[in-house]
Design a protein. Structure first.
Length: 238
C-alpha cells in the first residue's frame, strides 16, 4: 500500500506538469536540537521556485527556540531572513522584497483517537522593503499515522493543514494556504516529506506562486544520546 502511495506522490508532479497551471517547488531543510524535555532549538532553510525546479524566486533562513509549557502546549520565538526576487528567471534582480521577520508562536495539540490535531498561532513583526508590517497567522491541521509501528514508532504519516494570514491593515485578509503531505520517518530522528501545497494570495507581493511540490528533510539531534526520541507525528512546519 505504502509503496503505491509513495509512487503516486512521486509521479504527481510529472502528471500535473502538463496541465494548465505551473507547479513550483518548495524545498525545506530543517534541523532541531533537543536540549532537554522542555527546551529545543531549530534552524531551517527554504528554497522555492515558480516553475518545476526553474524560476527560483525565493529563499529564507530562520531559527529559534521552543519551550514545552505542557505536553500539549509549546511556545516558540523565531527570527529569520526572507528574500523574494522578481519573476521570470532564477533570482532576478531587483528583489520584490527584502525582509527580516520576528515571530512568537503558540502551538496546541490534541489527540482524537489515532488522529493528532494541531492548532498553531503566530504573530509576525515584519521589517520589509516597504516598511514595517504586522501579520497574524492561524493554522489548523491533522496528522494520521498509517500502518503498524516499526521499532517503536509509526514510519508513515499523512498530514493536512489549512492556514489563514491576516494583517491589521485593509483589506486585512492576505492569504489562504492549504497543504497535503506524506511523511516517511527513515529513523526515529529523520523524516522525509513529499506533498502538495496550494495558496491563494490577495494583494500580496511576497512569496508569489500558487501551486507547489513540497519536498522536505527533517532531522532531530539530542544532547543526551542515551535518551530515546519521543514518538513524533507533529505537523511539519513552514
Amino acid at each position: 500500500m505504502f509503496k503505491y502511495l509513495l509512487g503516486l506522490m512521486v509521479l504527481f508532479p510529472i502528471l500535473v506538469k502538463g496541465q494548465s497551471f505551473d507547479l513550483g517547488s518548495w524545498n525545506i531543510l530543517n534541523v532541531k536540537y533537543n536540549y532537554n524535555d522542555r527546551w529545543s532549538a531549530f534552524g531551517e532553510l527554504q528554497l522555492r521556485s515558480l516553475k518545476f525546479y526553474d524560476n527560483f524566486h525565493y529563499h529564507e533562513n530562520k531559527g529559534g527556540l521552543t519551550y514545552k509549557l505542557h505536553k500539549n502546549v509549546t511556545l516558540s520565538l523565531g527570527a529569520g531572513s526572507y528574500q523574494t526576487y522578481r519573476e521570470g528567471g532564477d533570482f532576478v534582480l531587483p528583489k520584490n522584497n527584502d525582509e527580516f521577520r520576528l515571530w512568537p508562536q503558540l502551538v496546541v495539540t490534541q489527540s482524537i483517537g489515532i488522529l493528532k490535531v494541531e492548532q498553531r498561532y503566530r504573530t509576525e513583526s515584519r521589517f520589509t522593503s516597504f516598511g514595517y508590517r504586522n501579520r497574524f497567522r492561524s493554522r489548523i491541521g491533522v496528522s494520521l499515522p498509517l500502518g503498524k509501528e516499526v521499532n517503536g514508532f509509526s514510519p508513515y504519516h499523512i498530514n493536512a493543514s489549512n492556514e489563514l494570514f491576516f494583517t491589521d491593515r485593509e483589506p486585512y485578509f492576505e492569504r489562504n494556504r492549504i497543504q497535503l503531505v506524506f511523511n516517511y520517518k527513515i529513523t526515529k530522528n529523520s523524516t522525509v516529506q513529499i506533498g502538495y501545497l496550494h495558496q491563494f494570495d490577495y494583494r500580496i507581493n511576497d512569496e508569489t506562486g500558487n501551486d507547489f511540490l513540497v519536498v522536505g528533510f527533517y532531522h532531530e539531534l539530542f544532547r543526551r544520546w542515551d535518551k530515546e526520541p519521543a514518538q513524533n507525528n507533529e505537523l511539519i512546519d513552514n
